[in-house]
Structure formats: C-alpha cells, structure tokens
Design a protein around this ligand. Structure first.
Ligand code: THU
Length: 132
C-alpha cells in the first residue's frame, strides 16, 4: 500500500468533518493488517467536550470492521502551516492498537508534511502489555 492512498483518504475524510465550532477540520485514515483503510473525522458538539477527534472516529471504524491493528495512520488537518499532530489523548488511543515503530503521517491539505513513529510522539508509553 503506497502512502499516497492513505494520505489521500485522510485528506478526503478531513473534508467530511463536522467542525462548526473550531472550524478546524481533521481527517484520519488507518491502514489495517489486511490492507484495508478506515477513515474518520472530528465530530464536534454544541456541548463542546462531547466532540470527538478524527483519530477516535477512525479507530471506531476499524474496530467495527473487525480489525484491531493499526499498521499505519495518516492525520490531515490545518492549512499546511503548523503540523496537525495527534492530541495527547489520541496518541494514547493509537497506542492501544499500534506498535512503537508504527508510522504516523502528518498531512496538510496538500499532502504529507512529516512522518513520525508512534514512539516519537509518545515515548516511554503505557499500554496493554502493562496490564498483562
Ligand atoms: N482534533 C482532532 O480531531 N484530532 C487531533 O488530534 C487534534 C484536534 C480536533 C478536535 C477539535 O474538533 C478540533 O480539532 C480543534 O481542536
């Protein structure tokens, strides 16, 4: 799977965000173990804390399809200036289903800006292994 398809899926998902309050649409696309892509976008709410992030939506889509491993994830947000890296909570959400070396591709509306590994974004992390 070329990164290009995953990046394009994240950018397309960004266009489907429901973000009337922040006006900051974010899209996420997950590549699973079978080579399928699962997408999500941020979905805000008039009761602000109830809104959810793009990564959480994409993870929910992956889980509902029956998959449990994130092989790669692309996140697209912003105008291509600052990096739209996953928020702290989403780094932990990704951690649940990904390995330390899982690529996290940060994108703007025009494509890839910078690639990280999950461990670079969430070093010395707590995860499912800690619970045995
Ligand atoms: N947002 C995401 O969807 N993912 C992130 O990792 C960063 C922030 C959303 C949440 C909110 O709807 C908007 O971006 C502004 O914070």
């Amino acid at each position: 799977m070329a990164d290009e398809a995953l990046i394009k899926a994240a950018i397309t998902a960004m266009g489907r965000a429901y973000a009337p309050y922040s006006k900051f649409p974010v899209g996420a696309a997950i590549l699973d173990q079978d080579g399928a892509i699962h997408v999500g976008a941020n979905i805000e709410n008039a009761a602000y804390p109830v809104g959810n992030c793009a990564e959480a939506s994409a993870i929910a889509a992956m889980i509902m399809s029956g998959q449990k491993r994130i092989m790669k994830i692309a996140v697209a947000g912003g105008d291509g200036d600052l990096l739209c890296t996953p928020c702290g909570a989403c780094r932990q959400r990704i951690r649940e289903f990904a390995a330390a070396d899982t690529p996290v591709l940060i994108c703007g509306p025009d494509g890839l800006q910078q690639g990280f590994t999950l461990a670079e974004l969430l070093p010395a992390s707590f995860g499912p292994e800690n619970l045995g």
